[in-house]
Design a protein around this ligand. Sequence first.
Ligand SMILES: NC(=O)c1ccc[n+]([C@@H]2O[C@H](COP(=O)([O-])OP(=O)(O)OC[C@H]3O[C@@H](n4cnc5c(N)ncnc54)[C@H](OP(=O)(O)O)[C@@H]3O)[C@@H](O)[C@H]2O)c1
Length: 328
Amino acid sequence: MSSGKLVCVTGASGYIASWIVKLLLDRGYTVRATVRDTADPKKTLHLRGLDGAKDRLHLFEANLLEEGAFDAAVNGCDSVFHTASPFYHNVKDPKAELLDPAVKGTLNVLGSCKKASIRRVVITSSMAAVAYNGKPRTPDVVVDETWFSLPELCEKNQQWYVLSKTLAEDAAWNFSKDNGIEMVTINPAMVIGPLLQPSLNTSAEAILKLINGSSSTYPNVSFGWVNVKDVALAHIRAYEVPSANGRYCLVERVAHHSELVKIIREMYPNIPLPDKCADNQPLVPIYQVSKEKVTSLGVELSPLEISIKETIESLKERGFVTFDSSNL
Ligand SMILES: NC(=O)c1ccc[n+]([C@@H]2O[C@H](COP(=O)([O-])OP(=O)(O)OC[C@H]3O[C@@H](n4cnc5c(N)ncnc54)[C@H](OP(=O)(O)O)[C@@H]3O)[C@@H](O)[C@H]2O)c1
């Protein structure tokens, strides 16, 4: 456990980072949390309200694109959890909106870590930086930490978010090797589960779109899914476990959207759900992702059904969706 150590979380108001902050406070750590605007209650109130926050949470202002902005927050910390990075899809200017904050921002944070001689940095990467290499992904294929996405392929397919995570992780490994920084990456797929923050994040929105009646079809896609509480714990274990190293894929299960609809229908028969696929192509196949490394961190991944249920309950509680659950 923590023995009161001082750690920093970047982008602390975000979906995953808020859970990292919560679990760190629960474990007795003192946390420096960076946000872009400490005066914005939508970004800070839920953090200030966490158990232990009054005494052990300190908010710092920092923007990824401002050189040296993280120096003050990071200085004196034992570890830094770097999660800040934009995650959304409708971008007009991929370089300015996604690539620069992801890549330059990561190098900016690592630069501050170097100056402060941080013992170990845990970076929130993504399965986006793992699985997009053109190799077939089918039910018998097991994706693992030796896979690396190919930037030229992401660029060709205009997968700008995927490219941003691929380039950012690559730049981070190069920087850590060149500068002797101990670094671990956590590579989750689509993260779902309860929201702590008041705003809607991109991955929870994927579930919302299925249950809010916005479409009569579901997309023909298969994604990996993982619970946000498991993702947060994996970050902390990646810092706490002395032998933790390299990358950690985090996927409980890969499922096609048709499977998500089936799971939701069984749990919530009253929710109107899309009943057909958006195209007439064969369903995009599922694949496997190795759990060997994440298991070695002592993190057990929650079943997809539970993660979906927690997401739906949280979306309902926060008023993003209303539905009748009277005769469930
Ligand atoms: N959710 C997923 O399914 C998933 C899966 C794999 C990896 N990830 C990674 O996990 C991390 C967190 O994602 P999330 O899902 O928690 O998304 P999120 O809720 O949108 O959080 C993103 C965070 O990044 C911050 N940020 C964006 N641009 C910034 C800038 N220029 N300067 C400082 N901070 C900036 C945001 O700050 P503001 O609050 O000020 O906007 C926010 O706190 C990201 O690195 C993402 O790539 C997410």
